[in-house]
Design a binder for this molecule. Structure first.
Ligand code: F0G
Length: 456
């Protein structure tokens, strides 16, 4: 029914800076505005589409379809995307992730209306797949031969998989010794060229930005607006799961700040289309040792919303956290994330390593589990409830971004009581408490010994 509404040809890439707003065609391979260096975003004229109820009905019908695009929780919402009907879609049936009730996490936060949207249940175990399907499809459209990214492990695992599906050469740049072996193993198995650099994620990001000046190399970090396009559809999937009841709050971890930006864009566009009439408050939670955005918010959070954020963003030179996925000091998408937070009256806050570790263990006890970075959400929500920023009766969705098996070493160390956090200098090493530890017990292969141990 909506096939004719693929108005791909009138979509553009537009600079987000209010004083610039330069536009570029969709087939231009660029990552920032050529005129002013600002971030770019895809702009699609939704006003022409109308028919919110017909769109909803169409998306509902597709849930029962066996078409590969309809089986994808991203391409099912293709009216939102800047691609034509004949796009060479590269998909692994991403999205389709569960929205869970989580009674123990809810009790821990003192918030009965808490739900967990588990983006770790994507094909490569993280939310990155929802954006990689669109970014790699765009790479194919542009005729790219080589795709590249900097990563703390999940973007790279995702890119490696989608590049393999699309038969593209793939190189991933990761900080040596700072990526969990589970994530590295994925990229290796999917056949990517794995390049480990001395230095952290921010250094890796700087070098891929330089490399992307070479026309033959296509960069798919979230600075690439086509990544954000895929990730924004999670807002539609979530609302469909909630029968289009908008939650009061949506809470996401913050690293490079692509995900929060994407949710902001997704909800805005759904409102523009008339599918919803209000926005959830979007809040971002950072680990306290890697929290440049939270520091910025602490300075400017009370400023009236304005078209452009204040220009004095300060990077953290040496970010530290055991949640290696979000060990990032210079997030590239902070300006877009700022709009999402300020435009929805959300918060940006930090949690300690101990709070993060305990929240992660609680999420596990609900039979759900997640990787450490994802648990910033539940730890942050607990704080927001305590501070009265979230009220007891409100509905809140925490976005879990990565699968529990992404970082098993962290889990074992927490439960064994050997989770050490080095706060920069070795003398600053702290051992975190295994507050909710569940230690394995060694026991003889003997019936009575096992029964005794079970009772303890
Ligand atoms: N959670 C997980 C599990 C992540 O892997 C990341 C980012 C984030 C949260 C933060 O999301 O960057 O959109 O604010 N991981 C990137 C990577 C940096 O390379 O895998 P963000």
């Amino acid at each position: 029914m909506f096939n004719n509404l693929q108005i791909n040809d009138v979509s553009v890439q537009r600079c987000i800076k209010s004083g610039c707003r330069e536009s570029y065609g969709l087939s231009e391979r660029l990552y920032v505005c050529r005129r002013c260096g600002g971030l770019l975003e895809v702009e699609k004229p939704f006003a022409a589409m109308g028919h919110a109820s017909a769109l909803r009905a169409s998306w509902q019908t597709r849930l029962a379809s066996s078409d590969a695009r309809d089986r994808s929780g991203v391409w099912r919402y293709r009216e939102l995307l800047p691609f034509g009907e004949d796009a060479p879609v590269v998909t692994l049936a991403e999205g389709n992730t569960p929205l869970y009730e989580a009674p123990r996490a809810a009790a821990y936060c003192d918030l009965p209306g808490l739900k967990l949207k588990h983006q770790g249940c994507n094909p490569t175990g993280s939310f990155k797949d929802t954006g990689m399907t669109t970014a790699v499809t765009q790479a194919v459209i542009l005729g790219a031969r080589t795709v590249i990214c900097a990563s703390t492990g999940n973007t790279s695992a995702s890119l490696a998989a989608y590049a393999a599906r699309a038969n593209l050469a793939c190189a991933i740049i990761v900080p040596q010794g700072q990526v969990s072996s589970a994530k590295l193993a994925q990229s290796i198995d999917y056949g990517a060229r794995v390049l480990e650099i001395e230095g952290n994620f921010d250094a890796a990001m700087r070098v891929v930005l330089e490399l992307s000046e070479d026309e033959s190399i296509y960069l798919v970090n979230s600075i690439n607006p086509f990544r954000i396009e895929g990730q924004k559809t999670v807002a539609a999937e979530l609302l469909q799961q909630m029968d289009w009841e908008v939650p009061d709050h949506l809470v996401v971890p913050g690293g490079n700040l692509g995900n929060s930006s994407a949710f902001g864009k997704g909800f805005w566009e759904l409102r523009e289309l008339g599918l919803i009439d209000r926005l959830p408050q979007i809040s971002v939670v950072q680990a306290e040792g890697a929290a440049p955005f939270a520091h910025f918010f602490a300075r400017h959070g009370d400023a009236p919303p304005s078209a452009d954020p204040p220009g004095d963003f300060v990077a953290v030179d040496h970010p530290v956290t055991l949640a290696t996925a979000v060990k990032i000091g210079a997030p590239v998408s902070w300006e877009k994330a700022w709009r999402a937070i300020r435009g929805t009256n959300g918060q940006v806050l930090t949690v300690s390593e101990q709070q993060l570790a305990d929240a992660k263990a609680i999420i596990g006890r609900d039979g759900i589990g997640c990787e450490p970075a994802s648990a910033t959400t539940v730890a942050g929500i607990k704080q927001l409830v305590q501070r009265g920023k979230i009220r007891a009766g409100e509905s809140v969705v925490a976005v879990l971004t990565g699968h529990i098996l992404k970082d098993p070493d962290y889990i074992m160390n927490y439960h064994r009581g050997t989770l050490d956090f080095e706060d920069g200098a070795p003398e600053a090493r702290r051992r975190l408490k295994g507050t909710y530890a569940n230690q394995p017990v060694r026991v003889k292969a003997d019936r009575q010994a096992i029964l005794n141990a079970m009772d303890q």
